[in-house]
Design a protein around this ligand. Structure first.
Ligand SMILES: [Zn+2]
Length: 457
């Protein structure tokens, strides 16, 4: 257990704890017989069973921790090869690069040095961070000694004003759209809007506005329980038309069917009327530090860095969102096992944003996820063709995602079967299968070339 506490002392932030790979850089780990895994280029997951913990001894616990670490480490190793995040699609930053970045950052003495460090890794920056970086670089040209923190602070008043303006605009748009809703629903939406207006105009920190809570409340207003019950009845009729009550586990299957259908319908926005969809789309435009430059400025210019060097913190924050982390597809709190088929990669921002939510909720919050997921899987397939990851891991992971998303997330893995096709000899230039005579001719030509080579030698 000492190993673990060593690691926790090594870097005591929440994100770093996620990145177990860091501890393998610790020389103290060498006695853990992990060398064989580190030497191999291919990431494999076979033969590593995680011991059960029914009656754990200390040795069992250490074995178990080791086995889990090897698994997580193997998954994280994939991030070395520039894999895009399956949720947001941004390139992920791996632990080794992160450590190298930290080292360089600690050695840098002035803002220009820090900006040079970030520049080197700029392809990993998420869109907001990229904008902030551009802005800082421009500032640096004219004011060489201005710190990153000062750059943000100078922009705070205008950023804050813009955020409030944006929020009020979104609220009025939602208000306008809500005129087409039924009366009761319209009044409920307007109550919510009034409360939110109060919050954003109130300068006291006590009644801060939360985007997440606002969207949550808005959704509940738009699909009230009565509407959900109507949908449940509809799905029940659908189930009854196909199944009879004599079947085994009838009750359980019926409830499962209805709840799954309802969840899918909500996450694909199938339950909303066009007006409601327009309202929700408008609500999602509300800014947060992850998707809006002004929100980023407000958040980090107002932050209390408690004696730490703000520039170092800000620079680290710029790349931390892109850091690759291990993601349990079925959350651990929902009994998701730590086994290869349930372990995936995800950038820190998406992983933290997800919490314990099921995949369906994650898709609901990230409408581009099905597209980004296919890009993620495509990259894994490419890595398989380069012998970097084994096929069974990709196939199984795809199955887990597919099952958890009720079929919404699905990737075409057939690329993996095409290995070596390109290298096959092609005799006929017209693309038609070569005839016997053509093949004979090609063989002769090959032999001739060989003998010529030998003669030259
Ligand atoms: Zn992401």
């Amino acid at each position: 257990m000492k190993i673990f506490s060593d690691f926790l002392n090594f870097n005591n932030t929440r994100i770093r704890q996620n990145v177990v790979g860091v501890q393998f850089c610790n020389p103290k780990m060498s006695n853990l017989k992990l060398a064989s895994h580190l030497d191999k280029d291919t990431v494999t997951f076979t033969g590593k069973k995680i011991p059960s913990i029914v009656t754990p001894t200390m040795e069992d616990l250490i074995k178990r921790t080791k086995a889990i670490d090897v698994l997580r480490y193997n998954v994280l190793r994939l991030a070395k090869h520039d894999v895009p995040c399956p949720v947001c699609g941004g390139l992920m930053f791996d632990t080794e690069k992160s450590l190298a970045f930290d080292q360089k950052l600690l050695q840098s003495k002035n803002p220009s040095d820090i900006l040079k460090c970030i520049e080197e890794y700029s392809k990993y920056l998420h869109p907001v961070e990229r904008e902030i970086f551009k802005m800082m670089k421009q500032d640096n040209v004219y004011h060489e000694n201005r710190t990153l923190f000062d750059m943000l602070k100078r922009r705070l008043p205008r950023a804050e004003k813009r955020i409030v303006q944006q929020q009020s605009k979104t609220f009025s748009n939602i208000g306008l759209l809500s005129r087409n809703l039924p009366k009761e629903m319209r009044l409920n939406v307007q109550d919510l809007l009034n409360d939110s207006f109060d919050r954003i105009l109130d300068p006291r920190e006590t009644s801060r506005f939360s985007r997440q809570i606002f969207i949550y409340k808005l959704k509940n207003t738009l699909i009230p329980e009565s509407e959900k019950n109507r949908l449940r009845e509809k799905f029940e009729k659908e189930f009854l038309s196909k199944h009879s009550r004599i079947e085994e586990n009838f009750e359980k299957n019926l409830i499962d069917f209805i709840e799954t259908k309802l969840k899918v319908a909500i996450s694909l926005w199938k339950v909303y009327t066009p007006t409601q969809m327009a309202i929700l789309k408008e609500a999602y435009k509300l800014s947060k530090a992850d998707n809006n430059v002004d929100a980023f400025i407000v958040k980090y210019a107002k932050r209390d860095y408690k004696g730490a060097n703000p520039d170092y913190k800000i620079a680290t924050r710029m790349l931390n969102n892109s850091l690759a982390t291990v993601e349990h597809v079925v959350a651990q709190s929902k009994r998701g096992a730590t086994e290869p088929k349930n372990l995936s990669l995800e950038c820190a921002a998406c992983n933290n944003g997800r919490g314990n939510n099921p995949i369906l909720k994650q898709i609901e919050d990230n409408p581009n996820m099905p597209f980004n997921y296919r890009r993620f899987m495509k990259r894994l397939c490419e890595l398989h063709l380069q012998n970097i990851v084994e096929k069974s891991y990709i196939t199984q992971l795809n199955k887990t995602y597919n099952k958890q998303s009720c079929g919404i997330l699905d990737a075409d893995l057939s690329v993996m079967n095409k290995r070596g096709k390109k290298n096959k000899p092609q005799y006929s230039q017209t693309g038609i299968t070569p005839t016997k005579a053509e093949r004979r001719q090609a063989r002769k030509l090959k032999l001739k070339q060989k003998s010529n080579k030998n003669k030259k030698l």
